[in-house]
Each structure stands twice: as C-alpha cells, then as structure tokens.
Design a protein around this ligand. Structure first.
Ligand code: HMG
Ligand code: MG
Length: 296
C-alpha cells in the first residue's frame, strides 16, 4: 500500500553538484538555504571525500560552516574516518557511507572491495556512535552496473543487510546509472521486504533512461516512504555518455501531490530554487514540472 507521507532526501547539492562544472561556494550556500525555505528537511549538503577524486565537493566544509539551519537535517558523505572527522568538525549530524552491489563499481568509486568498504565503515560507525551522529547507507548499482551489467538482487540484499547490521538507520538503494525499469524495481524491493522493514529502505533513482518516476511509483506502491531526489534534476556525468542526474525533486513532489501523499514542500519555491542554481550553471532545469511552472 502507498504511504500516507513521504520524506524526500534532497541530494542536489551533493549528488547533483558533484557532477556539474564547479559551482562557487556562495551559490551552493544560497541553494541549500533556498531548499530549506522550500520545506525540505533532509538535505545532503556535501561530501568529505578526496578533492583529487571529486574537486566539486572540496569546499563542503566552507558550505556547511556558512549555513545556519538548526532545524534541518544536514548530511554529508563520509567514505572513511578522515572524512568522518572533517564532517564532524563542520558540525554535521548525519553521515552517509556508500558502497555498492558491484565489486567493479566499488573499486572505481572508493578504491576498495565491498568487504573492505564494510570494514572501513565500522570505524566510521564507531566514531559516529561516540558523537551521537546517525548514519545512512547507500548501495550503488542496485539495478545494473556500468562495468558488470546485470546485478543479482541477492547481492543487493546481502550488502544492504551488512550496512543495517553495522548500524545504519536506513539504506538508500541507488540505481546509479538509471537503467532500471518498474518490473525489476518491484522484484528487488519485494525481495528486500521479505527481510527488511520498509521504513529502513529508501530509493535513489537516476533518470538516465527516463524511468525514475515510474520506478518511484513502483516503490511507493510497495510502501517505501523515503525518496532521494535532486532539485532541477541536477547531475549527469561528463565521463559516462548519456548519463543524467537524479530524478528531479519537482517531478517527485508533483507525483506525490497527485497521489494525495503528504511531503511538506512548497512546489513553487522549489521550482524557483531550481532555476536559481541552473542559472548559475548556465543551463535550465531537467524537470518538465519545473519548466511548466517557471514564472519569468
Ligand atoms: P584512496 O586514494 O584509496 O585513499 O581513496 P587513501 O586513503 O589512499 O588516500 C589517498 C589521498 O586521499 C591522501 O592524500 C589522503 O589524505 C586523501 P595525499 O596523501 O595523496 O595528499 N584522502 C582524503 N582527503 C579528503 N577527504 C577524505 C580523504 N580520504 C583520503 N575523506 C577515497 C579512497 C574513498 C578517499 C576516494 O576513493 C574517494 O574520495 N572517493 C570518493 C568518490 C565519490 O565521492 N564518489 C561520488 C559519491 S558516491 C555516488 O555518487 C553514488 C550515490 O549517489 C548513490 C548512487 O547513485 O548509486 C551515493
Ligand atoms: Mg547518486
């Protein structure tokens, strides 16, 4: 059954901007403030990763230090203890650790095997517990991998379970390259729900093949109530041909409105926030809802 309300985790400032050309620090700060004003309560604000790997996130500490949003749950990626220390120093109260259901992708993304990633994360987890920081987990490539192709749903279950066993309060299931379709989403989530409570799972769809909204609809119909999205559909990868960003938050909000599902977001303010950041990027939002509602 569909949930009564959905929590949207806004990842545009991280997953979106990590894949755009460099955005200046002030524009990031303005974006996050505008998202908070639009009613988003869970905002991924940056990533404490190697600046050699992802230069777009190198100013995450400056961004977070400049924010004054006591009522917003600001989170950040922390791939290892070094990242955890830096995120804590910046005042972050929610970490996100990330691994994959595909060995090859894990190696390319964080330079270790899936098992090594889990042992790295146990250090991050211990640090988080000491400091009362909650931790979210991500699994990439749940519906396909750019290097390995099809991914076995059992591999997704296995790594998701490991992240929950480590102490993650929730695991977000990433269709990193947006190849999934509704039937596969349904099969995967049905398998996971045989072992895991729906309130411990989130979905994270990229829209490369235009399937993200349909996939979200399939997940919602199975009771999933946390959805990751990026304002203006920010993102895309300069190294992966045709890759696009996350599902646009505007499109998710419009879908939820139509389904009568509560979300707490002011759609027009969200649309305005999307246009402001895409103006700074010299592009337009990748969201039909945003284009339809734009007031010039
Ligand atoms: P490594 O090279 O194996 O790490 O990278 P290392 O420990 O050997 O360190 C190498 C250098 O990096 C050293 O610096 C470290 O100090 C530095 P040097 O001595 O050469 O000057 N370093 C760091 N610097 C800043 N912050 C840190 C940090 N750690 C080490 N935390 C590492 C391993 C994990 C660091 C690297 O692979 C990395 O940063 N990867 C990040 C990749 C990334 O951010 N990917 C995008 C996010 S994931 C995603 O988008 C998927 C998701 O959206 C879900 C989905 O869609 O599927 C979440
Ligand atoms: Mg992603």
């Amino acid at each position: 059954a569909f949930p009564d309300s959905v929590r949207i985790v806004e990842v545009g400032a991280r997953d979106g901007l990590q894949n755009e050309s460099l955005v200046n620090t002030q524009d990031k700060i303005s974006l996050i403030n505008a998202l908070a004003q639009a009613g988003l309560r869970d905002i991924e604000a940056g990533a404490f990763v190697s600046p050699k790997w992802v230069p777009q996130m190198a100013d995450s500490a400056d961004v977070i230090n400049a924010l004054n949003l006591p009522n917003i749950n600001l989170s950040a990626l922390t791939p290892n203890l070094k990242g955890a220390h830096a995120a804590h120093d910046a005042g972050i109260k929610e970490f996100a650790i990330f691994t994959a259901a595909s060995e090859s992708f894990c190696k390319k993304n964080i330079n270790c095997s899936v098992d090594e990633s889990i042992s790295r994360f146990s250090e991050v987890m211990n640090f988080a517990k000491e400091h009362n920081i909650r931790v979210r987990g991500y699994v990439s490539c749940v519906l396909g991998c750019p290097y390995e192709g099809d991914i076995d749903a059992k591999a997704v279950l296995d790594v998701t379970q490991k992240l929950l066993d480590l102490g993650c309060y929730e695991v977000s299931l990433g269709d990193t390259i947006g190849v999934g379709t509704a039937k596969k989403v349904t099969q995967l989530i049905e398998l996971l729900l045989m072992h895991i409570d729906s309130n411990r799972l989130a979905v994270h769809f990229h829209d490369t093949y235009g399937q993200a909204l349909t996939n979200i609809y399939a997940a919602l119909s199975l009771g999933i109530s946390t959805v990751d999205a990026a304002v203006a559909g920010l993102g895309g990868c300069p190294y992966a041909k045709g890759a696009s960003g996350n599902v646009a938050t505007e499109d998710v909000v419009y879908l939820l409105d139509g389904l009568g599902i509560n979300h707490g977001i002011d759609l027009q303010r969200l649309v305005d926030a999307g246009w402001a950041i895409t103006d700074a990027l010299n592009k337009t939002p990748v969201s039909k809802v945003s284009v339809a509602l734009h007031k010039k």
